[in-house]
Design a binder for this molecule. Structure first.
Ligand SMILES: [Cu+2]
Length: 452
């Protein structure tokens, strides 16, 4: 990890530092930069109450320093290059070298001082979504503060009065700035280390981009027809797996900064919704789910006990959101006989292949030449073949014997013998046909109330 100070030189910010008498003697805290899109290890608390730190899928946690009992952080809003997945990089805006920005973690009762330096070509602010704070710290350009001009640094300082699941994002030219990837997670742990304690705590933000294949910059005017559905600005197969030890208590926190809702579905388990950006759900008010709809501009956290071993899919249940860039105006050919038209097209384009008349699964295995800087619509491999997904898809890997705080990929699940779906090798007679006009199900006999 390299620090911003090493790049820019320590004097770069000092000219404006006099505005904060409390901290000017110390100068600005370092603003570390993350260069990798890989999930970084959690940062354990070095002072104050203990807590189990979160891990950010394909992300990292922002280090802080203590100054007179205040936790100080330094965010730098700036253009970044983000690898969305293997083979595709986007030119986004973010914080400290990545989009999303680093996750901020602190504890209920902390006072935080967050320095925000603007290295964008236009003004920005940061709004602390869901948090209870003085109005002038709420970060709405024009309403609660002037925008932070390019090259300037502003300070946000407030007490963290409640624990929970929050996020940060600009409230300045926000259609553009959020479409460019500016957002981050903000987790406040309870003051009581025993309260809501889990063994593993994963966080990610749902975001979306519209980037034409072969180009790098999102189309910021797009409102609904996005072509890259991302978790923390990553698409499958580039999204971190959620690695879990058997019997861990696990929390997954998800925030949605796209223009539509996302029903996040996890296989193999039922779980309970335990927290929203409004606060913790009382135990008697929780209900079981296997899919949780994350509304626009909202956060949801759910918890489960990792009782069942396996490689469990976790994905958005809108099937178009588990695809990468594709044309939405492609006609449907399922059931069409393209033999004759293929023959004619091959007289002018000998390499032409008919596609889509048997469904589109072939595309998951085909490795066709693509434009530069794009990623196939569906791709990624598992131990049994092509997974045929993209976008908002990952895997929860529950294993025995994973050490606490080890998030390294354990490989594919070794299924116990006799527990994998298998091929029937006996006869497959033609289905019996019902006689014309009769229903297939046997008609109920008089006196039969199906109560046995
Ligand atoms: Cu979705």
């Amino acid at each position: 990890m390299i620090t911003r100070r090493q790049i820019l030189g320590g004097g770069a910010f000092l000219a404006s530092a006099a505005a904060w008498s409390k901290t000017s003697a110390m100068g600005l805290p370092d603003a570390p930069v993350m260069e990798s899109p890989d999930m970084q290890p959690p940062i354990f608390p070095s002072s104050g109450p203990d807590y189990q730190p979160v891990v950010t899928l394909n992300g990292w946690t922002l280090p802080h320093r203590m100054t007179g009992g205040v936790k100080e952080f330094h965010l730098v809003a700036e253009p970044v290059e983000r690898e969305l997945g293997p083979g595709m990089t986007a030119y986004l805006w973010g914080y400290n070298g990545q989009s999303p920005g680093p996750t901020i973690e602190a504890v209920e009762g902390d006072r935080v001082r967050i320095f925000v330096t603007n290295r964008l070509p236009e003004h920005t602010t940061i709004h602390w979504h869901g948090m209870i704070l003085p109005c002038g710290m709420d970060g709405v350009t024009g309403l609660t503060q002037p925008g932070i001009p390019p090259g300037k640094t502003f300070v946000y300082e407030f007490d963290l009065v409640k624990s929970g699941t929050f996020m940060y994002h600009p409230h300045a030219d926000e259609m553009v700035q959020m479409a460019m990837g500016m957002m981050g997670f903000f987790v406040i742990h309870p003051k009581d280390p025993a309260l809501h304690r889990v063994d593993r705590d994963f966080v990610f933000l749902l975001n979306a981009f519209d980037i034409e294949p072969g180009s790098y910059v999102p189309r910021v005017m797009e409102m609904t027809d996005f072509n890259l559905w991302t978790w923390n600005s990553r698409v499958f197969p580039g999204i971190s797996h959620l690695v879990v030890n058997k019997d861990d208590r696990v929390r997954v926190r998800v925030g949605n900064l796209t223009m539509t809702n996302h029903p996040i579905h996890m296989h193999g388990y039922d779980f309970e919704v335990t927290c929203t950006d409004g606060g913790w759900v009382r135990p008697e008010a929780r209900w079981p789910e296997v899919s949780i709809d994350i509304p626009v501009g909202a956060m949801r956290a759910y918890e489960f006990d990792a009782k069942y071993l396996g490689d469990w899919a976790i994905h958005c249940h809108k099937s178009h959101h588990t695809m990468n860039a594709m044309g939405h105006d492609v006609p449907t050919f399922i059931g069409a006989d393209k033999t004759e038209v293929s023959r004619k097209i091959r007289t002018v384009q000998p390499e032409y292949m008919a596609m889509g008349n048997r469904g589109m699964a072939d595309m998951g295995e085909m490795e066709m030449p693509l434009p530069d800087n794009t990623i196939p619509m569906m791709t990624g491999w598992g131990q049994f073949g092509a997974i045929e997904m993209g976008g908002m898809f990952s895997v929860v890997k529950v294993r025995e014997g994973i050490s606490a705080n080890d998030y390294a990929d354990p490989g594919w699940y070794e299924h116990p013998e006799g527990t994998v779906s298998y091929e029937w090798t006996g006869d497959v007679p033609a289905p019996a046909k019902a006689a014309g006009g009769e229903t297939v199900a046997p008609a109920a006999k008089p006196g039969d109330h199906s109560d046995h």
